[in-house]
Design a protein around this ligand. Structure first.
Ligand code: FE
Length: 356
C-alpha cells in the first residue's frame, strides 16, 4: 500500500510542478492501482487442466479472502506442458494443477516444478499422495474401479483386476485407449507390485477380452456397459458417480450398472490424485504455496470435489454429495510418486499387448 500511496503522491507533486506526468491509467484502462499491486506480486497465475464451474468459485473465494488476484489458463495437461516448454523460463505460471500423478511427474521431469516446504501441506496430505521433496501435492483422490452389468456378471467375477484377464470374460470388456494416463498409472502400479512379466501377462489377458477396440473416455465405457455392448469396463469412480447423481437419463444409465472396488481382500483398489505443483518459473512461490494450502482447507477441499465427485484427501473434509452411493473401500497404499517413472514401460507393455 505504501508504494501506491507514494506513487500517487509523486504524481501529485509532478502535476503541481507543472511537469508532464506519466499516464495515470494503464493503456488498457484498468484500475491505476493494479500495476502497483502486480509489482508487489499479488497476482497468481494458475495453469489448470481442470474445467469446472466450481473451480471458478474456488478462485473467487481465494481472491476474496486474500486480496490476491488469480489468473487462470485452462487447457489439457499435454497442452499446458507444451505451453510451458514454449514459454521456458519466462513462463508466468505460478501453480500447475493437473490430474494423475503420472501427469504431475511429466511436469516434474521437464523441470517445471520446484520443491517447496510447507508444514501445513505435510500435515494435511498423507505422504502417499504427495512428492517427497514437495514437487507436487495430491489434493483430490480418485479410485480406478470396475463398472459392470450385474445381470451378466456376479460380483465375485469382477472383484479383482486379475479377473479382467480371465478367459471367461472373452469379448466382454470395454476400455479406453492405453495412451490415457489413467491406464498407464494403473499398469505402472502393477509393474511396481507384481513385476513386468506379470503386468504384461495381465495386459495381454485383458486385451484378449476386448468387446471392441479401445475408444472413448471413461463415461463412454459406462454407457457401453449400460447399453449391453460389454459386461464390464475400467473407469475412475467419479465418472460413475456423476452419472448416478446427474440428469434422469444419466441416473438411468448408472442404475443399469454396478461398481466394484477391486482387490479388497488383498492390496486394495488403485487410487490416484488431482494435484498441484509450484512452477519452477514462479516469481512468487510463497503465494503459490499459500494458494495450495487454501486447497486443503475445509472450504477448498469441498470446492475441489463437490462437482468432480473426487474424494477429499484431507481427513475430516466433507465428501461430495452422492458419495454414499459408493461403499467404503480399502485403497492401495502404493506411493503415487512411483507411478510416473514406470509410464514408459507401461506404454511399451500395452503396445506389445495390442491394447492401443
Ligand atoms: Fe478424469
Amino acid at each position: 500500500m505504501s508504494k501506491i500511496v507514494s506513487a500517487i503522491a509523486s504524481l501529485a507533486i509532478l502535476a503541481a510542478c507543472g511537469q508532464s506526468a506519466p499516464p495515470a491509467q494503464p493503456a488498457d484502462g484498468s484500475d491505476a492501482t493494479a500495476p502497483a499491486s502486480e509489482a508487489a506480486g499479488q497476482v497468481l497465475n494458475v495453469y489448470s487442466a481442470r474445467h469446472y464451474d466450481s473451480d471458478k468459485v474456488l478462485y473467487a473465494k481465494f481472491e476474496e479472502e486474500t486480496g490476491i488476484k488469480v489468473n487462470v489458463r485452462e487447457s489439457g495437461a499435454p497442452e499446458l506442458l507444451e505451453t510451458m516448454k514454449a514459454e521456458g523460463a519466462d513462463s508466468p505460471a505460478d501453480v500447475i494443477i493437473v490430474s494423475d500423478a503420472g501427469a504431475l511427474y511429466r511436469f516434474q521431469l521437464e523441470g517445471f516444478t520446484q520443491a517447496v516446504k510447507s508444514d501445513v501441506l505435510e500435515a494435511a496430505i498423507p505422504a502417499q499422495l504427495r512428492e517427497a521433496d514437495g514437487h507436487w501435492f495430491g489434493l483430490a483422490k480418485r479410485a480406478r474401479v470396475i463398472v459392470y452389468d450385474p445381470q451378466l456378471l456376479p460380483a465375485e467375477e469382477v472383484d479383482t483386476y486379475a479377473d479382467l484377464a480371465e478367459d471367461r470374460l472373452k469379448g466382454e470388456l470395454c476400455v479406453r485407449s492405453s495412451t490415457n494416463i489413467y491406464n498407464l498409472s494403473l499398469l505402472s502400479e502393477m509393474i511396481g507390485r507384481n513385476g513386468s512379466e506379470a503386468a504384461e501377462a495381465w495386459a495381454k489377458g485383458v486385451a484378449s477380452n476386448f468387446a471392441r477396440p479401445p475408444e472413448g473416455g471413461d463415461t463412454a465405457q459406462i454407457e457401453a456397459v449400460a447399453a449391453g455392448q460389454c459386461a464390464a469396463a475400467i473407469v475412475n469412480h467419479y465418472y460413475w458417480l456423476r452419472l448416478a447423481t446427474g440428469t434422469t437419463e444419466e441416473r438411468l444409465t448408472a442404475a443399469k450398472t454396478s461398481v466394484s472396488f477391486p482387490d479388497q481382500d488383498t492390496t486394495g483398489t488403485h487410487i490416484n490424485v488431482t494435484g498441484a505443483a509450484v512452477s519452477s518459473t514462479s516469481k512468487s512461490p510463497e503465494l503459490a504455496v499459500q494458494f495450495i494450502e487454501f486447497l486443503t482447507t475445509p472450504e477448498g477441499q469441498a470446492l475441489l470435489t463437490s462437482e468432480t465427485k473426487e474424494f477429499p484427501v484431507v481427513a475430516g473434509a466433507a465428501a461430495p454429495e452422492g458419495i454414499d452411493l459408493l461403499p467404503a473401500f480399502k485403497q492401495s497404499d502404493y506411493p503415487l510418486t512411483e507411478l510416473g517413472a514406470k509410464q514408459a514401460e507401461a506404454q511399451a507393455i500395452f503396445d506389445r499387448a495390442g491394447w492401443n
